[in-house]
Design a protein around this ligand. Structure first.
Ligand SMILES: [Zn+2]
Length: 228
């Protein structure tokens, strides 16, 4: 698990960094901080630093040590540079800053695990992930730009995908038989009825309509064996 700390900036933070506009997120947007020496703690501290005169904000910042949630995930942050419109990244997407400081491989691992957890919680796939670039063309997350091929982005999404829970397989309880086998089964169960080994005629009805399940035939088998 990735350490996760909630340390929200106040709504009174200057420059409208926490406007507290309600948000129902539909995507998660990935950024790099653009600062090779800034840790998650530094990034959180900067949001409430007196000398910070920028509007920019984000929801979560992650580094080698863990993640800090700086704004609630049901409020918007200013991270995607595409304005205030109802379909903008700023109003629809959770912004995650990936630090460039320290052990970047560990940071990336933490980020992938964090994002996978968030997707799992929401029942989302990696198709819900966005780059900052997707909103306004900024080269961000810059460490995934790979000189323009965005290979690093493809790799990151694959890291996340590998950590996603497999879709829950439906319990397959269908009995698959040929017509001839259904008929044989029907005849066999009918003869059990005739002999009085079983006395519930609905078994035959279920077989005639081919609705008998694997569980039921297993149950029936056990009952018949016990009465022999
Ligand atoms: Zn960005």
């Amino acid at each position: 698990m990735v350490s996760y700390i909630e340390d929200h900036i106040p709504k009174t933070t200057p420059f409208n960094r926490r406007p507290a506009l309600p948000m129902t997120a539909t995507t998660i947007t990935i950024h790099n901080t653009g600062n090779p020496s800034s840790s998650a703690k530094n990034e959180r501290t900067w949001l409430t630093n007196q000398t910070n005169n920028r509007q920019a904000s984000f929801h979560i910042v992650v580094d080698e040590h863990g993640a800090i949630e700086c704004l609630p995930l049901n409020e918007n942050a200013w991270h995607s540079g595409d304005g205030n419109g109802s379909t903008s990244g700023n109003r629809t997407s959770i912004g995650i800053e990936i630090c460039e400081s320290g052990d970047y491989a560990k940071t990336l691992e933490n980020a992938a695990q964090l994002v996978a957890n968030m997707l799992n919680q929401r029942g989302w796939g990696v198709d819900r992930l966005r780059r900052h670039y997707d909103w306004n063309g900024k080269v961000c997350p810059r460490l995934m730009h790979s000189g323009g091929t965005w290979e690093g982005w493809v790799t990151f999404k694959a890291m996340v995908a590998a950590k996603l829970q497999p879709p829950k397989e439906e319990v397959e309880d269908k009995l698959v038989l040929t017509n001839n086998q259904w008929e044989q089964l029907g005849a066999a169960v009918q003869s059990l009825l005739d002999k009085g080994v079983i006395n519930d005629k609905t078994w035959v009805d279920k077989i005639k309509s081919k609705k008998l399940t694997l569980s039921e035939i297993s149950f029936l088998n056990t009952i018949v064996l016990s009465r022999k």
